[in-house]
Design a protein around this ligand. Sequence first.
Ligand SMILES: [Zn+2]
Length: 264
Amino acid sequence: MCAVCGRDNAAESPLPYSQAPWVLKQCAGCGFVYLENPPAYEALEEDFAWEKTSAKEEERRKEKRPAAKAISTAWKRFRQKVLKRDKLMDLVKVHIPGGKVLDIGCGGGGTLDRLPGSDHIPHGIEISKALAAEANERAQKRGGHVVQASALDGAGMFEENSFDGVLMSAFLEHESQPDKLLQALHRILKPGGCVIVKVPNYGSLNRQVRGAEWCGFRFPDHVNYFTPESVTRLSKQCGYDVARFRFQDRLPTSDNLWIVLRKQ
Ligand SMILES: [Zn+2]
């Protein structure tokens, strides 16, 4: 079922990008691309836990295109360490200047540690047991806490209108019910609170040129493949205003797109 328009695409043929047994479909109604048979959440707690699959993928890339991988890693480090560029935290400073912040899929808590202000109280949801425990220890030092659950179950554990902001950097592409999750986050955000979203951009030039070799394809971790159009449509349907979505946030030359949503 397409999470954006609700169409059942069971009868449509899979996209050629599919990697058996994982079936990728493009919605015949709205064009949204998604994995038709995502792994169950329970499998993510241990079997497909992010820390394992991402390490495997890193290895695969290193073997396949060692030079490209080395350059991309060096560039990322240079941006963060030398240029001191951290787009996520730059957006946090503007759109979530303080208060309770929830990081969805917070891993071991590295992002929560980068929250700039002493006013920020870090919270998180993480499905992997080992990582959730590590992140919880870090968050508690600053007055927050982390729950070990799927994003959807975790969001249900927090109070209505309680968060100043939510971070979803490289998460929404993993969520098999992105519509339900955006709605659940809407409930726990305060009015005026923002969600900062970063997802791979399926509409990018790189995907169009490199096809199946595009770095955004990850089976079965990535279950949604958003474009600027589909992420905007889904967010509005879930009750958000678009607070920021500039040209530089969705450059066709970038593999990722950034969008800031605001609860009305
Ligand atoms: Zn659709």
